[in-house]
Design a protein around this ligand. Structure first.
Ligand SMILES: [Zn+2]
Ligand SMILES: [Zn+2]
Length: 403
């Protein structure tokens, strides 16, 4: 434990340097060429076997310990968002309309920090660590993880378990949180088109008002969450885009709606397309219109394996003491780590990154042009990942269930 802290301290400055460099040069999904090359160079410099262009722009480094054992993969996402930065930081993005507003610069730097520390601890390591630097996490509904899986990232050597983290401004620096089961919800999209018939605005009896139909559809869809899903199950249906009509006195013949469906429970998710379509069908036909409906599945829920969750929570307690938290609820943002978690037992946790002097209401959230995570979270993220990795490699013995 002391050794991990000392090593983390030793590399802290370098990790911050990596983070600022990635922050200043953000790249969108599948354009992470500079980032990937930097990552590959660092891993090669550490003497690792490195694979480039895995899942297009992904990079993988393999670190073999002194003894053969289990294989643990640690994953960081590398892509940025199409947002113009407004933080005013000295190392602000030099790429117009591109910003690391989701903290993936922090994740990439933390994982490089883990690569440095675990390389130093190689002689104590019983097993293999795979460092997975993934592209295109923000590329919902496809994501970057499936491409890496198709390119065999979970094979040769076969991955036994996986860990990942996300910086979390809701939590103060120095804390981290995890929970068993679903930690991030499924993120799906819906597209609805309502067809009516135009007429003069003063003669509704001669037309079929698609705006009126659409209004009812928007309202009635909320009844699914309110009336068809148990009050303790989380789900959201939001219609976020609606457009139709041409003029103030022409009854619109067509309205398009788009929205998102977020769920935690896979069964509830699977029931959504039919339930939503039934309501659209009922309202539309009752009012004399027609409809088209498309439900596009995005990222599945990210489901934490209970054994891996216990392992991470124990590592958190070692490193953070009472600041190791059990997350009270899932978040409904989609996360494409979910694709890995459906293949191998995995754990995904939230790393507090809000400066302790900044109140929650004043901290910019992720995906905001002012998002500015606390860099003090960087060495904490490294210490947590490294502790969990070493514990995993040692854990032939079964773990006591703590959560
Ligand atoms: Zn994001
Ligand atoms: Zn993110």
């Amino acid at each position: 434990m002391k050794e991990i802290q000392e090593l983390t301290k030793k590399y802290e400055e370098l990790i911050i340097k990596y983070r600022r460099d990635f922050h200043q040069h953000p790249e969108l999904a599948y354009q992470e060429k500079r980032t990937a090359e930097k990552v590959a160079e660092v891993l090669e410099g550490l003497g690792m076997e490195v694979k480039r262009n895995v899942g297009k722009t992904g990079v993988v480094g393999i670190l073999s310990g002194r003894e053969k054992g289990k294989v643990l993969a640690l994953r960081a996402d590398m892509d940025a968002l199409p947002i113009q930065e407004e933080t005013g930081l000295a190392f602000s993005s030099v790429n117009k309309d591109v910003m690391h507003a989701c903290g993936h610069d922090m994740h990439t730097a933390i994982l490089l920090g883990c690569a440095h520390v675990l390389t130093e601890l190689k002689e104590e390591l019983k097993g293999t660590i795979k460092f997975i630097f993934q592209p295109a996490e923000e590329n919902n509904p496809v994501g970057g993880a499936p491409g890496m899986i198709d390119d065999g990232v979970l094979e040769n050597p076969k991955v036994d378990a996986m860990l990942a983290l996300h910086v979390w401004p809701q939590l103060q620096t120095g804390t981290a949180a995890i929970k068993t089961g679903t930690i991030m919800g499924a993120s799906d999209r819906i597209f609805i088109s309502i067809k009516g018939k135009s007429s003069h605005g003063s003669q509704p009896e001669n037309g079929i008002d698609s705006v009126a139909i659409a209004s009812n559809v928007v309202s009635v869809l909320q009844s699914i969450v309110a009336r068809n899903i148990g009050p303790l199950d989380a789900a959201v249906i939001s219609i976020c885009k609606i457009y139709g009509g041409t003029k103030y006195n022409v009854i619109a013949d067509k309205v398009q709606l788009e929205g998102t469906v977020r769920t935690v429970d896979p069964d509830i998710r699977n029931a959504m397309p039919k339930r939503i379509e039934n309501l659209i069908k009922g309202v539309t036909s009752a009012m004399g219109g027609e409809y088209a409906f498309k439900y596009v599945k995005g990222y599945p829920p990210t489901i934490n394996d209970s054994h891996m969750t216990n392992l991470v929570f124990r590592a958190m307690q070692h490193v953070l003491g009472n600041d190791a938290l059990i997350a009270p609820t899932s978040a409904l943002g989609g996360e494409d780590f979910a694709f890995f978690a459906t293949k191998v037992p995995s754990a995904y946790f939230w790393l507090g990154c809000r400066d302790r002097t900044i109140p929650f209401e004043e901290a910019a959230p992720i995906h905001n042009p002012k998002f500015n995570p606390d860099e003090k979270a960087l060495p904490i993220g490294v210490a947590l990942m490294v502790q969990a990795a070493l514990d995993f490699c040692e854990s032939s013995k079964s773990l006591a269930t703590v959560i």
